[in-house]
Design a protein around this ligand. Structure first.
Ligand SMILES: Nc1ncnc2c1ncn2[C@@H]1O[C@H](COP(=O)(O)OP(=O)(O)OP(=O)(O)O)[C@@H](O)[C@H]1O
Ligand SMILES: [Mg+2]
Length: 306
């Protein structure tokens, strides 16, 4: 059996003449957290829907632990929290989770047991008998996550689990994801536009643009590949330092510092220190910028335009 828990081979999804996902291939290793990022309309949700089998690819194939996409066996190991969840109007939280559990193949008793324990785990006890359709956005997202976990899946697909949430709820959801991954060795594919948050949970970044895969790397490899040699410097007179270095480097003013881009970081460091010394300035900060997921994203998309 393959070492990968999800394999997508040349998946294409067309809606009429429009190609939403274009010859997309991907392999996911078990126990890792993958972030899938890309602009609005890039094809993230469509890809997840194809993994779940709720959308059929126009061409290409895929499998989940060797099982065909959309098969009962594949769905048994997958948990899915979609971008938008529609809740049944008249169901309360316990009823909804129980019902979703039975749909996932649990017996009535098992589903009730699991629903009760997830309600405790997700801090929803006070709301257990209230109608989910009346819940706040944050509570609905929690219920959607709980629902994805009802049958103890091995692989979780989370489509923008923190969208429209306040900072506290976002943190709560991310902490939950983090602890689930640690406790259960889950494989997670998570989409989000909040890249500063995403980079705190993912091992691996998958980038998609116009339905095409444009990056599939571990965060560390991607950072290394796109590393540009950017030095962040701050001294007691940034304006003067800027003037002294201007013209020799690609340099920009940032809040409280200046950012200098170079191919030879060590030579630049020496030059900066020398300039600071010669002009009797006081050095406050000098460090190489770590490439954030935000910057990585920007650079990869800019590279696409060229
Ligand atoms: N059922 C559909 N019929 C026609 N076009 C669709 C359908 N579903 C998605 N699309 C189109 O396919 C493209 C990809 O959509 P998708 O929802 O996968 O993007 P996304 O990457 O999830 O975007 P977002 O970040 O906004 O959630 C979009 O242009 C969208 O309008
Ligand atoms: Mg989407």
């Amino acid at each position: 059996m393959s070492e990968y828990c999800i394999e997508l081979n040349n998946l294409t999804k067309k809606f009429g003449k429009f190609t939403a996902v274009d010859d997309f291939s991907l392999k996911l290793l078990p126990g890792k957290v993958y972030g899938i990022v890309g602009p609005n309309g890039a094809g993230k949700s469509t890809t997840m829907a194809m993994i779940m089998g709720s959308l059929h690819p126009t061409s290409g194939t895929g499998n989940v632990k060797g099982h065909e996409l959309g098969s009962r066996e594949a769905l048994r190991v997958l948990g899915y929290s979609p971008e938008y969840t529609s809740f049944y109007d008249d169901m309360n939280c316990v009823e909804y989770l129980w019902y979703m559990g039975t749909l996932s193949g649990l017996s009535n008793e098992e589903a009730m047991e699991k629903a009760t324990s997830l309600i405790k785990q997700y801090d929803l006890v006070d709301h257990a008998y209230k109608k989910v359709s009346k819940f706040s956005t944050g509570m609905k997202k929690k219920v959607s996550l709980a629902q994805a976990m009802i049958h103890d899946p091995e692989i979780l697909l989370l489509d923008e689990p923190t969208a429209n949430l306040d900072p506290t709820s976002r943190m709560e959801i991310l902490n939950t994801v983090r602890s689930m991954v640690q406790d259960r060795n889950l494989t997670v594919l998570i989409s989000s536009h909040v890249l500063t948050e995403l980079e705190t949970v993912i091992d691996h970044v998958i980038m998609i643009n116009h339905g095409k895969l444009i990056m599939d790397e571990s965060i560390a490899t991607a950072q290394e590949k796109f590393k540009q040699g950017i030095l962040v410097v701050s001294c007691d007179n940034n304006e003067l330092l800027y003037e002294k270095l201007e013209g020799r480097y690609s340099i920009e003013k940032a809040k409280g510092s200046i950012r200098i881009t170079t191919a030879d970081v060590n030579a630049l460091k020496k030059d900066v220190v020398k300039t600071i010394f010669e002009n009797d300035l006081v050095l406050n900060v000098l460090h190489e910028e770590v490439l954030s997921l935000d910057l990585l994203y920007k650079q990869a998309l800019e590279g696409e335009k060229e």
